[in-house]
Design a protein. Structure first.
Length: 151
């Protein structure tokens, strides 16, 4: 079901296998579900499953209490398919872990295609530094819900 304004998120969106994308999605009403360690780990498992199945290659990600930043190299399928599958599977995993059976994710997602000449490692560092900027930790390494292929 389309929500008001979702069409603007898709305008101009293209999906190219092998292209790099920065994806961002938030929980419904910005509910801080991932402050709970078990809920966060259930979602992280689904991130890794997306990669194992060839839908993407995760370069960097951080799971904040109420949103996800995910830098990927797109694999098989498109962006919408990747995010739809990830959101569906992670919602089911959260329900199994004891989360309330309400919609977990906000409709839609934001994406930004990166150019090959952009400094990809700088983008990854920016992603990983999110918990620092949010004041959740004083060192990036102290935050438990992130990963990066270069660190």
């Amino acid at each position: 079901m389309d929500r008001r304004g979702n069409h603007r998120l898709r305008r101009g969106r293209i999906s190219e296998a092998g292209r790099l994308y920065l994806l961002t999605t938030t929980t419904r009403n910005r509910t801080p579900l991932f402050s709970d360690l078990y809920f966060a780990r259930a979602v992280i498992k689904q991130l890794r499953l997306s990669e194992q199945e060839g839908a993407c290659r995760s370069l960097a990600w951080v799971l904040m209490p109420d949103h996800l930043h995910w830098l990927v190299e797109l694999g098989r399928g498109g962006l919408s398919s990747l995010m739809r599958t990830f959101k569906s599977r992670s919602s089911c995993a959260l329900y199994r872990a004891g989360a309330d059976r309400q919609r977990v994710w906000q409709a839609g997602f934001y994406d930004r295609a990166l150019r090959r000449e952009e400094d990809i490692k700088a983008t990854a560092r920016y992603i990983i530094a999110n918990p620092l900027r949010a004041g959740l930790v004083s060192r990036a390494g102290d935050y438990p819900h992130w990963d990066c292929v270069w660190l």
